[in-house]
Design a protein around this ligand. Structure first.
Ligand code: COA
Length: 182
């Protein structure tokens, strides 16, 4: 497996990136609209403030990660996806590490991300986060499992929460990790 810049892929591989995005987020209803996944992938081409990296094995695309240059010193990780049959092989972790290396090369000090809990998986799903949102975030625990805990394994910590981001009891969980110091 190697990790390459999205713009190095051929058109069929870029199309496959959109398929992976659609299929991996099917359960949560993400990228369900017509051409939504294709538009998301296209937004990273050509690279600039938005860039993406793909994990490939031969000609096969295994997954991808995007980076968005939102702040001068912090980079947003979005999106991250691994083709469902390829999950659990360490590909997601490798993509996050590669994104962090790119972020550091661009002078960033931190990487941050938002991970929605729209279908359950954490103790905050279905809960009223007001009042004391941050105390509830600090006590978050897995129920059926969620990428929040994947990111936690990679050193990301909770840095905020958007209550009801996707409907009542469906928050967006914000996480971040320092990757360099001044
Ligand atoms: C989340 C996702 C990117 C993880 O990628 P992956 O390649 O399956 O994960 P890895 O194999 O690299 O896992 C790395 C470690 O995290 C753990 N892990 C993976 N998913 C986890 C989860 N949901 N909860 C807890 N731990 C998890 C793995 O067990 C592994 O642990 P180990 O190092 O002790 O063996 C992948 O499941 C995915 O694409 N999901 C659908 C899209 C999605 O939810 N993206 C994130 C949106 S913010």
């Amino acid at each position: 497996m190697e990790i390459v810049a999205l713009e190095k892929l051929d058109p069929a591989q870029v199309t496959d990136c959109a398929r992976i995005l659609r299929e991996a987020f099917a359960a949560s209803g993400g990228y369900g609209g017509p051409s939504e996944a294709e538009r998301e992938i296209a937004s990273f081409l050509p690279p600039g403030e938005r860039f993406a990296l793909a994990a490939v094995e031969g000609r096969r695309v295994l997954g991808l990660v995007g980076g968005i240059d939102t702040y001068s010193h912090a980079m947003e990780l979005h999106p991250l996806v691994v083709d469902p049959p390829q999950q659990g092989r360490g590909i997601g972790a490798a993509l996050v590490k590669a994104l962090e290396a790119q972020a550091a090369a661009r002078g960033k000090l931190a990487v941050y991300l938002g991970t929605d809990d729209e279908i359950g998986g954490t103790s905050l799903f279905g809960a009223d986060i007001f009042p004391n949102a941050l105390a509830k975030l600090a006590a978050i625990a897995p129920t059926t499992g969620h990428p929040f805990f994947f990111y936690q394994k990679l050193g990301y910590e909770p840095i905020g929460v958007i209550p009801d981001a996707n409907g009542f009891g469906k928050p967006d969980l914000l996480m971040g990790r320092r990757i360099a110091k001044t």
